[in-house]
Design a protein around this ligand. Structure first.
Ligand SMILES: *[C@@H]1O[C@H](CO)[C@@H](O)[C@H](O)[C@H]1NC(C)=O
Ligand SMILES: *[C@@H]1O[C@H](CO)[C@@H](O)[C@H](O)[C@H]1NC(C)=O
Length: 989
């Protein structure tokens, strides 16, 4: 706030501002209040085996002065002096070397300051642990086949019971007993039940106990299960061996598991029902029906549940009651309350819960009972005529046997002598109007009020009234009312007086002027409106700006508006409103309101915004031909600048969005136009945009879609070409004409061609608009004949233009001649070499059909190839054809060749060797070729890893022998190993 020229009023105003902000500061920083919990102790499960043997119970409260804390275990205060294991850090209680024996219990924290004391809710400290099984061997269990058996787990000490999981190991870890209709593990006791023992059950059983809090696992000693040999147990009726308790209590929202399992032969089946109702839909049967699991249990799930075990021998049932409880929950809590002494306090708290909660009240942590001015009925507390001594922290506790909830509040009894801030006050009013003088001291208890003028007490009359809220009201004020008025306030604690100095200004003394009163600006420009108020020099004036009668919010309006405070000069004050980057929506009435304590005046200015034209109104297609559309529309807003031209835009399925279409010039005073050069038989939408000196506006809404009339096609196919194809074919192709240019229904192509040098065109119709090729077949013209070709278009309206003429050759012919000089030679028992002059080689066994043979193609013009993968000692027939992209030429006459006989299958046998130094003599039995085998022409001795005979010192040689034949290498002999000391190894055979 900038005030350059002061006056008494201004100074007072500044003082008020300072005091208000000071007292606000005072309130937030230094307001004093009783303790309020931020954190209360939680239930804690402490794993005894954790490394850090320190339990922390948390508690924290706000308060001013800061609260101090103490702790209670089972209701007895913790004395940290007496027991070194306890220490306090802030509000928290830390217990070192915690153990179940000494520390299990309910913990409650107390926070206290000079305004009172509050007790926290209870937090239970529990310990999680799992002892070890005694190592004592367990006696075996011996039963007859068919009998039922229970193997006891007898777990070691453990806690908490609900976090323990039991399973059984069969014979050896990790082989677990699978639960099924015959076998069941109770998660209450850990025992394993087998309803009907089978021989496969014989073995040793180990109970595995796991604590899910500590993750500890322990294994029991094994219990051997054996079968008695004195016979098999006959059938017997079911006996329920595991069942849930007769009375089950569960907290609302938890998952309840009811167990039921029976021994019997045959194995009993278990069924469940709820007496007088249905099993809840959300319930699930687990472990072959032995467990009924009800998730998220609700009050309506309470009731009697029955499980029944049946087998052909009989049946038996068990019933138990499930009861659901809920912890108390607040419906209505108590709140901090301040009151004057002598008033009546009434607090009510209310909670739901099952069983229904009962209520207790505490003041500063101590129980309250009805007595004297205090009355307690359940959740209602009343204190008649409160006194200073009733101040303090109050707690309403709602509890049932499952838990308690606390609602806390502070009662403050106010006590202060009356104070007036500010004082004195100056009131300036307009002559002839009504004036109100307020008297609102801070005081508690409520003070008595009296108004005086000078020394005289004011007697209310028709013109001067004392309202119920202690305000003095003067109707139709006159000069005679000017002067000092005093309001006196008094209570038990003291008194104070407020002086109100009343003065007047003449009516109509204030005027306000807004300039310019009417202004035209263009979109994007800025403007400043100046609001000047002329008023009594003694008055302070406040301004407010309005747009179309609504106060302008300077923060919200996107930075378009700025309030500019200007200087006050004697009797006039001025403020400016800057409107930046004006948009069309900123056009309208701007109001300025000037207000003093005596008067309020208001005036308005009008802002016109020039902008591009608004969208024209409805566009109508009046008439349509094959290439033109006559359109009309209605004028839109000109936004204060005359419309100079209109543009017509069109959109069709073939255009990329909206495109301007050709029209005669359309000036701003016209409201119709003819769009020309449209394509025939195309569906168009039209819209219009208006332009003025400032710019082009938004387009109108599109017209309805209309189709131009049909016309003869006018566009010939592009890129007419062709060639290739099969023998005797002339292939002609082109780019199809898009639907946009088909100009009507029944569109197709006319293909015209003639052999070069001939006269008449042959014409063929192609009736599909999507076709892109035409094939003409005629055996009479030779391959690669040149043709002149052109392609034209037509539709129902008539024929359109032809493309220009191009020359296209007909297809080439296939090779005319077979390769010459084909020969074939046998290479081995599986290979034949074929030679020729010039392609595809076909070959087949003499005994078989040509069609069943195989083909192999040469690369380019190679004139020999090796055929592989053949059968030994077989006659093959072979032909060769030339081929190209069109097809094959004729085949040569078949030539024949016979593969050689296969090499001997018999390896050289009875290898014998004699080694003398580096000399080795080798011998073997000769190989005799069979009739269907090639004759042996020699032998090959190989020594591995090298075939050479000169080798390094001390080497191991692997030596093998095989026969050689025309058909290839024969089978290899068994290997012999030789070690030499040095030098070269010589063979003698
Ligand atoms: C607290 O009370 C419970 C239940 O009566 C008792 O088991 C436990 O030992 C007590 N704890 C202490 C620390 O006295
Ligand atoms: C306490 O305050 C809350 C909200 O401030 C209100 O809903 C509730 O009714 C109050 N309780 C009482 C007893 O006045």
């Amino acid at each position: 706030m900038v005030k350059l020229i002061g006056s008494p009023i201004v100074i007072i105003a500044i003082i008020i501002v300072l005091m208000v902000s000071f007292s606000f500061f005072f309130l937030t920083e230094s307001e004093e209040f009783g303790p309020v919990f931020i954190q209360e102790p939680d239930d804690v499960i402490f794993p005894l085996d954790s490394d850090e043997k320190k339990v922390v119970m948390h508690c924290e409260a706000r308060g001013n002065p800061p609260p101090t804390y103490s702790w209670y275990i089972n209701g007895t205060e913790v004395d940290a002096e007496a027991d070194y294991r306890y220490s306090f850090i802030d509000g928290n209680l830390i217990i070192t070397n915690a153990s179940e024996v000494t520390d299990y219990g309910k913990y409650q924290c107390k926070a206290e300051n000079s305004f009172g004391t509050v007790l926290s809710r209870d937090g239970t400290l529990q310990f999680a642990y799992l002892g070890a099984f005694s190592g004592k061997a367990r006696g075996g269990v011996s039963v007859r086949e068919g009998q039922g058996v229970v193997l006891m787990c007898t777990p070691p000490p453990h806690s908490p019971g609900k976090k323990i999981i039991y399973s059984w190991v069969f014979n050896e870890f990790p082989s677990f007993v699978a639960e099924d209709s015959r076998r069941f593990i109770s998660q209450d006791t850990g025992n394993l039940y087998i309803s009907k023992v089978q021989p496969s059950d014989v073995g040793s059983y180990i109970c595995l106990v796991k604590n899910t809090v500590t993750n500890a696992r322990v294994l029991s000693p094994p219990t051997p299960l054996t079968l008695k040999t004195d016979g098999v147990m006959g059938e017997y009726e079911p006996k329920i061996e595991v069942h849930f308790p007769t009375s089950v209590l569960a907290a609302k929202g938890v998952t309840v598991r009811l167990e039921c399992f029976a021994l019997g032969n045959p194995v009993p089946t278990i069924t469940w029902r709820k007496i007088n109702g249905n099993i809840p839909k959300k319930a699930r049967l687990r472990k072959s029906q032995a467990v009924l699991e009800i998730p998220n249990i609700q009050l309506e799930d309470s009731g009697t549940y029955e499980c029944k075990a049946e087998n052909p021998r009989g049946g038996t049932a068990f019933k138990g009651h499930l009861q659901v409880y809920t912890l108390p929950q607040w419906v209505r809590m108590i709140n901090d309350t301040q009151m004057d002494s002598g008033e009546k306090l009434q607090w009510e708290c209310k909670a739901t819960g099952r069983p229904r909660p009962t209520y207790r009240w505490l003041r500063n942590g101590l129980p309250l009972t009805s007595q004297g001015r205090m009355e307690i009925v359940n959740g209602e507390l009343s204190i008649h005529k409160v006194q200073q001594a009733d101040s303090g922290m109050y707690q309403c506790v709602a509890e049932n046997k499952y838990g308690a909830v606390y609602s806390n509040a502070e009662l403050k009894i106010l006590a202060s002598a009356p104070v007036f801030i500010p004082n004195p006050i100056r009131v300036i009013a307009t002559l002839g109007k009504d004036v109100s003088l307020e008297c609102k001291p801070r005081a508690s208890p409520k003070p008595r009020i009296a108004w005086k003028r000078g020394d005289r007490r004011i007697q209310p009359n028709k013109r001067i009234m004392l309202l119920r809220n202690n305000t003095l009201r003067i109707v139709n004020a006159s000069r005679a009312d000017e002067g000092n008025y005093v309001c006196r306030a008094e209570n038990q604690l003291g008194s104070a007086e407020l002086t109100a100095i009343l003065s007047f200004v003449l009516p109509e003394a204030m005027r306000v002027e807004l300039t310019p009163a009417r202004v035209e600006v263009t979109v994007g420009e800025s403007v400043v409106l100046s609001c000047k108020a002329t008023h009594d020099t003694s008055l302070d004036v406040a301004f407010q700006w309005f747009f179309n009668q609504k106060p302008i919010n300077f923060q919200q309006d996107g930075g378009h508006f700025e309030y500019i405070q200007t200087v006050r000069v004697r009797q006039s004050s001025t403020v400016d409103l800057m409107i930046r980057s004006i948009l069309l929506k900123h056009a309208g009435k701007y109001g300025c309101r000037a207000q003093t304590s005596a008067d309020t005046v208001f005036t308005e200015a009008e802002l016109l915004v020039r902008g591009p034209p608004g969208p024209p109104g409805v566009v109508i297609v009046e008439e349509i031909t094959d290439t033109t559309a006559t359109l009309s529309w209605t004028r839109g807003l000109d936004n204060h600048s005359p419309i100079s031209t209109y543009n017509v835009q069109a959109r069709s399925p073939f255009s990329l969005g909206w495109q301007t279409v050709k029209t005669d010039p359309v000036t701003g005073d016209m409201e119709s136009a003819i769009a020309v050069e449209l394509n025939p038989w195309v569906e168009y939408e039209f819209r219009v945009v208006a332009t003025n000196a400032i710019g082009t506006g938004d387009p109108s809404a599109p017209s309805r879609a209309v189709r131009t009339k049909e016309a003869v096609p006018s566009v010939a196919p592009a890129n007419v070409s062709g060639g290739n194809g099969r023998r005797h074919e002339l292939v002609i192709s082109w780019e199809p004409v898009s639907e946009e240019f088909q100009n009507g229904e029944g569109f197709g192509y006319i293909v015209a061609f003639r052999a070069n040098g001939t006269r008449g065109w042959k014409e063929k119709m192609v009736t599909s608009a999507d076709s892109t090729t035409y094939k003409y077949r005629d055996e009479t013209f030779p391959p690669l004949t040149p043709f002149e070709v052109k392609v034209g278009v037509y539709n129902n309206k008539g024929d359109g233009p032809f493309s220009s003429v191009v020359v296209i050759h007909s297809a080439e012919g296939e090779p005319r001649e077979a390769p010459s000089d084909v020969r074939a030679y046998s290479i081995s028992s599986s290979e034949i070499r074929v030679t020729w002059k010039g392609y595809e080689v076909s070959y087949w066994k003499d005994m078989e059909q040509e069609e069943s043979g195989k083909k192999q193609r040469t690369v380019k013009n190679e004139t020999s190839m090796v055929l592989t993968g053949l059968e030994g000692n077989s006659l093959y027939r072979i032909t060769v054809k030339a081929f190209n992209s069109i097809g094959h030429g004729p085949a040569t006459a078949a030539v024949t060749a016979k593969t050689r006989k296969t090499p001997p299958a018999q390896p050289p046998a009875n290898l014998i060797w004699i080694q003398e130094g580096n000399n080795v003599s080798l011998s073997w039995d000769p190989v005799k070729a069979k009739d269907n085998e090639s004759d042996v022409i020699g032998y090959m001795v190989s020594s591995l890893p090298f075939t050479a005979v000169t080798l390094a010192h001390f080497c191991t040689y692997i030596i093998e022998v095989r026969a050689l034949s025309e058909g290839g290498d024969g089978a290899v002999s068994s290997q012999i190993r030789l070690v030499t000391s040095s030098g070269t190894l010589f063979f003698s055979l």
